[in-house]
Structure formats: structure tokens, C-alpha cells
Design a protein around this ligand. Sequence first.
Ligand code: GDP
Length: 365
Amino acid sequence: MKLGIVGLPNVGKSTLFNAITNAGAESANYPFCTIDPNVGMVAVPDYRLDKLSEMYNPKKTTPAVIEFVDIAGLVKGASRGEGLGNKFLANIRMTDAIVHVVRCFDDENVIHVEGSTDPIRDMDTIDLELILADAEMVDRRIDKAQKAAKGDKKFLHEVEVFSGLKEWLNDGKSARSYLSEVSEDDAALIGTSELLSLKPVIYAANLDEDGFADPQAVPYYKQVEERAQAEGAQVIPVCAKLEAEIAELDAEEKAMFLEELGVKESGLDRLVKASYTLLGLISYLTSGEDECRAWTITKGTKAPQAAGKIHSDFERGFIRAEVVSYDDLMACGTMAAAREKGLIRSEGKEYVVQDGDIILFRFNV
Ligand code: GDP
């Protein structure tokens, strides 16, 4: 699961991306992750894993991670191939969701490509590039469906659905916003295309230090918030410059730093959590003297498939899952006490794993 960081030049994308790589999770533990200078991995903050780790004091604590891709170079005209346009659009296509960084700070030393700070104009500019690129793709899809319809009439419906979408895109509206206009089946059909404006979005409003301490007092931020609300999207205030500094601190220093600023959580932590949720991801936990670890699954995953995240043998030979909820374990203090109280459940193949479940899998080898 990957998120692409997009935005106009000089809005703070690279700075935010640097914060991500500074905060970087050790890549050795995550063999499935891409090794690429434009891809950064960041740990998903999880207080439950922290507590579990305090309880077990294991040799190793391994958080869940998500990947961010720095997609630089999206400019006005990218969909027409300006700048390195098409290449960047192709990079976005490979992501599961988008973090759109919007500049919400004034700084005369940092040139704005359009000459002034104007978050709504910037959001429109980026959106429009994605929508124009999509319109082109939809054209090709319609052509293909039309040809196919000559042999098989059932493709006429596809022509109709994508033609409707094309008109929508031509009005400058995102494919995402079209889904609620059509039937579930048609929405699913549209979902088979790799459209950019279909991807879920989180807005990262990049503020300066003062603004970050009190975003509600920043008119730029309010504009982004209002716009995001209208789209049903989330906006997270960040200060990319600060995030890059915070990411280098240890946990204690970080807590002190944030307290001084008067904020509970760093922007990056909030952004990572929101991204995780946006992708429909949850974590279950495993615990032991060797390792406490959070494992990523999509919501709705059943126990055998969740076990398969650890090892394919666990899925193949799955017998049952011994599950205790985080709250129950904490209330009891130890695993043994939870067992005595009968709070460790034995769950079978059909069990849908819940966020924060602490699990021991039993399996045949
Ligand atoms: P990108 O082109 O979007 O990747 O932008 P960069 O991350 O390279 O940032 C462009 C410039 O803006 C750099 O000089 C940064 O130091 C500066 N910058 C980034 N974030 C902030 C911020 O939160 N406040 C201020 N004042 N400057 C920032």
C-alpha cells in the first residue's frame, strides 16, 4: 500500500518527504517494501504496540509501516506532457491514494510558482491536471468499448457509462465524485479503470510554525478545510519544516517539543494515521519475549488470511486463533491473568480480525 505525495512545486513536498525518511522505519524488517530513493517508509504510530512492548520488554518491537512516494514535478500543463508531465502521472497511477500537499504559508524567500499563496487555486490546478489526464484515458476506454460492442452488444453499456463520466470530467469534476451519481454496478465498472482522480485523497495543509500551533486562526487553512469538507475528504495540518526536525528526535524529546508547541501529536503522525485509515487498513498485534509486532491487514480480513501475513504456512495450516482484545489484556495486566479470567477466545476460520486484537495463531506444519 502506497501513498503518493503530490502538489505544486515549492509547497513543501520534499521537506515532508524528508521528514518521512528521517522518521524512517528500519527497512531490514520489511522485505516486501520497495527500495527506491523516492519511496519512504514510516512507522504507523500505535499506542497499543508501545504498551505491549512495555509489558513484554521484547528484543525487538516492529511497528506497521506504510510507504510514501515523492511525486515531484507535477505542474500546470503536466497532462499535456509539460515538464516531465506524463512520467509523473504514471507514477501517481501506481499509488493507492494521494496526499495532496497544499501551501498554506507565506514566505517571500520561497517563490510560489503562481506568484502568491492561494490554496484553492493550487488545489484546482492539481485537480485539473489529474482530471485532464483521466479524460484522455476515458476516451481510450470508450474507443475500446465501442470496438468491442461491434462484436458483443453488452459493451454498449460500458460505452454509455464512460461517456457519462467523460462529460463529468469535462466539467472539471473528479471521477471520485461521480461514483455517488451512478449505480453500484456502474461505480464498480468505473473502478476497473486506473483513473487518477478516482484515488482517495488526504490534504496536507502545510503551515508555518505559528500557523501549525493554531491552524484554525489561519485563513488559508480554513479555505482548505472548507473545500475538503465539501469533498468529504480529510485535511491534516502539518508544518513540513518542523516535521523534518521532529522526526530526528527520540520519543521523549519529541513529546517535550510538541508540548512546548501546544499540540498533542505531530502533523506527520496524524497524517500517517489518517492515511492508514483512508486505505481501509487496521493492525493486529503479536506479542512475545522476542518480538512485539503490529501487522497490517485490510478491514474485514479473516483469521487465516491475517495469519498468512506472518507466513504462508500459518495460513495453510491454520487451526485456530487465540485472541484477546487490547483492553482486556490491559485490564488484566498479564496474558496469564487474561487466560485465567477466560478472556482469551479461541476463534476459527470465519473470525474477522478486529483492530487491536492480540493474537496467537495455532497451526499445523
Ligand atoms: P517542493 O517543491 O514542494 O518539494 O517543496 P520543498 O519541500 O522543496 O520546499 C520548498 C521551500 O519551502 C524550501 O525552501 C522549504 O524550506 C520551504 N518550506 C517547506 N515547508 C515550509 C514551511 O512549513 N514553512 C516555511 N516557511 N517554509 C517551508
